[in-house]
Design a protein around this ligand. Structure first.
Ligand code: CA
Length: 227
């Protein structure tokens, strides 16, 4: 999943980023409210972790503004204060959950999982194409009923492709959604991962689902793409 972390305290931000990346998420960071609000609008995130006290624009303002502009991404608000007032204001501005600093990483992770689960339940329960199935809840992937074991990053790539079947996905697009915005689209990392996925998902099956679109990127489809 792709997560935006808006937090001005360097140490807290580093701590959150590191933990989320270890869980296999792609993480973008912003250090003030203006930059955070901008990124939240131009990129498509699965979750936003938003600090309340931020330079330039506070978290409540940022949350209110992105909601007004139609961004429905779940927001987890962070604050050092544990006042009911702030909680209410944050939730009124459109935040989905609240966490008071200091917190243990496990606690943050539990909230993150709950929000992402709610989002994926709202989206689609099981993703299917031909005989390939992916369950975002259990992260279980099967082809023709046989389980496929994927690494965290392979899984993230396949889930992204299964949410965007029959669309040509450029390396830039894949990089932005599955890695993060500092990803170098010139590197061959994506090709390497796609080749791993092919070996696990398509190898030994008559029908290939992962297609290379010459000069354009990749496409997951159960129909042969036009030559
Ligand atoms: Ca702060």
């Amino acid at each position: 999943m792709k997560i935006l972390v808006v937090e001005d305290e360097e140490r807290v931000s580093q701590f959150i980023q590191k933990g989320l990346r270890e869980e296999g998420h792609a993480v973008d960071v912003a250090f003030d409210g203006e930059e955070g609000g901008f990124l939240a609008e131009v990129n498509d995130y699965d979750l936003i972790i938003l600090d309340l006290m931020l330079p330039k624009k506070n978290g409540i303002m940022v949350c209110g503004e992105i909601r007004e502009r139609g961004v429905a991404t779940p927001v987890l608000m962070l604050t050092a204060r544990d006042s009911t007032d702030d909680k209410v204001r944050g939730l009124d501005a459109g935040a989905d959950d609240y966490l008071t600093k200091p917190f243990a990483f496990e606690e943050l992770l539990a909230r993150v999982r709950a929000l992402l689960r709610r989002r994926s339940e709202a989206k689609t329960p099981t993703l299917k194409i031909a005989d390939l199935e992916l369950d975002p809840m259990s992260r279980r992937v099967t082809r023709d009923g046989n389980p496929i074991r994927l690494t965290t990053k392979e899984y993230a790539l396949l889930e992204y492709m299964m949410r965007n079947t029959n669309k040509v996905l450029s390396r830039t697009l894949i990089g932005e959604h599955v890695w993060d915005m500092n990803f170098d689209p010139e590197s061959n990392v994506i090709d390497v991962y796609v080749s791993h996925l092919r070996n696990k998902v398509d190898k030994g099956f008559a029908l290939s689902l992962i297609h290379t679109m010459r000069g354009q990127g990749y496409m997951l489809s159960d129909e042969a793409p036009p030559a």
